[in-house]
Design a protein around this ligand. Structure first.
Ligand SMILES: CC(C)(COP(=O)(O)OP(=O)(O)OC[C@H]1O[C@@H](n2cnc3c(N)ncnc32)[C@H](O)[C@@H]1OP(=O)(O)O)[C@@H](O)C(=O)NCCC(=O)NCCS
Length: 430
């Protein structure tokens, strides 16, 4: 044993145990040896929400919340957002390293030529009610993809796995755009293989009667940046859902649809919508001081500020702030931007926010961009799910290849009744 150990004394028995510390963690199975007898289980960890439990080793995404650092496979998010493309970042996440020119071209070609979906899937989507939430449509249609590709069950066959990864990344924009068009009663637009990933997405969203959609490069670039920023964020709720469901060896379509379901929840993917509502309610710069006073009294929260992990400026928020200018150059300035900027200026100087390390997070400005691009709030989470699919798949592959992983099956502390005698209904009701 090295000095990297933890000595634990069980005061119930006086026995001492030495647990190995590896990478700042002790193994739960080692804790399980403490106090274990034939009749009694050993010590377990109680950790609702997994706030202090590592569920995996991972080499995909690194976050240092105190310093405001986010890296994909070791590359800083700022550099990727500045100089890479979403598909190159997706390759990096999935394969672990940047592509050579040939690998890149083959990857982009494959993704581009798998953007079409089976016509029956289109019929399935058309069957939804006119006011169906696009996230509900997305998660059902991704789940349904598993029925079109039954071979996807061969999750350890690398070639089969690769095909499903390509299909999922390729088809997500098609399904997301169709869910958007559905709510508007507009015809679904087929993919255009001459366009880039984000240009094609814009075309499927907004094309009308023109022969060819001509996306504004500033908008497709802004979307590219937003997609890169949202591509992965290590073990968050939806990634954990993908891993947990994937641990049963189900196909990737079913595992990713579980991730979409987790992202649908307002605590995960819905904060940017709340920021927009807040800005609209504040209405003008004059109302900011009284709003901030209300926040400081604990009457409400400044949405888009604060983060469970980042106790510094969220690196993604800095990048989005730059993208805001490009988008507004095309769409005209949204008056809510002035309110957001003034809110940020005041909050960053105010002792309440400084002391609590509350900085703008990724959602503070993203809703403004999405609104400027004419997306209704229900679509905001779809715009998150499309790029996050690359991260979910990278995490899923890592899970499948990890010999240490088992089917996810947490313990519980049972608090209910025991050994009651069942009385048949006719006697209880007599
Ligand atoms: C993201 C969030 C849930 C993280 O919460 P957390 O890490 O559990 O932090 P806590 O809720 O423990 O907050 C710590 C302190 O800061 C305050 N605080 C946190 N976020 C705040 C906010 N957005 N506005 C005002 N006060 C806030 C809390 O009231 C608490 O103050 P106290 O110590 O006086 O009680 C939280 O910051 C939040 O609700 N932010 C707004 C919603 C949002 O933007 N979510 C998107 C995240 S990407």
């Amino acid at each position: 044993m090295t000095d990297q150990t933890l000595t634990v004394r069980d005061n119930r028995t006086g026995e001492e145990y030495e647990l190995e510390i590896t990478d700042g963690t002790v193994r739960a199975s080692d804790l399980g040896k403490i106090g274990k007898t034939e009749d009694e289980p050993g010590i377990a960890v109680y950790d609702p929400g997994f706030t202090n439990t590592a569920s995996t080793r991972s080499s995909i995404t690194y976050i240092d919340g105190d310093k405001g650092i986010l890296e994909y496979r070791g590359y800083p998010i700022e550099q990727l957002a500045e100089s890479s493309t979403f598909l190159e970042v997706a390759y990096l996440l999935i394969h672990g390293e940047l592509p050579t020119k040939d690998q890149h071209d083959a990857w982009v070609h494959e993704i581009t030529f798998h953007t079409f979906v089976h016509e029956n899937l289109k019929s399935l989507m058309q069957g939804f009610r006119y006011d169906a939430h696009p996230m509900g449509m997305l998660l059902s249609s991704v789940g349904a993809l598993s029925t079109f590709y039954p071979e996807a069950r061969a999750i350890t066959d690398e070639e089969v796995r690769h095909d499903q990864v390509v299909r999922l990344i390729a088809k997500m924009p098609t399904l997301g755009a169709w869910a958007f068009r559905h709510a508007q009663g507009k015809p679904y637009v087929y993919p255009d293989n001459d366009l880039s990933y984000t240009e094609n997405f814009l075309s499927m969203l907004f094309k009308m009667s023109e022969q060819k959609y001509d996306p504004d490069p500033r908008l497709s670039k802004a979307l590219e940046v937003l997609f890169i920023l949202h591509a992965d964020h290590e073990q968050n709720c939806s990634t954990n859902a993908v891993r947990s469901v994937g641990s049963s060896d189900v196909d990737p379509y079913s595992a990713v649809s579980a991730g979409i379901a987790a992202l649908y929840g307002p605590l995960h993917g819905g904060a940017n919508e709340a920021v927009l509502r807040m800005l609209k309610r504040i209405g003008s710069k004059d109302n900011i001081p009284s709003f901030i006073e209300g926040v400081k009294k604990g009457e409400e929260r400044l949405m888009g500020f604060g983060h469970r992990v980042y106790k510094n400026y969220d690196p993604r928020a800095k990048i989005i702030k730059k993208a805001v200018d490009d988008v507004f150059e095309v769409t005209g300035v949204n008056p809510l931007l002035e309110i957001a900027q003034e809110l940020e200026r005041i909050a960053l100087e105010d002792e309440y926010f400084v002391q609590r390390k509350l900085y703008p997070n990724v959602d503070f400005y993203s809703g403004l961009i999405y609104e400027a691009l004419q997306f209704p709030p229900e679509m905001f989470t779809v715009l998150f799910a499309i790029p996050r699919t690359a991260g979910w798949l990278a995490q899923w592959i890592e899970l499948v290849d990890d010999k240490e992983q088992k089917i996810a099956r947490p313990k519980q502390i049972y608090t209910g009744a025991r050994t009651l005698d069942f009385v048949p209904a006719e006697q209880r009701w007599a």
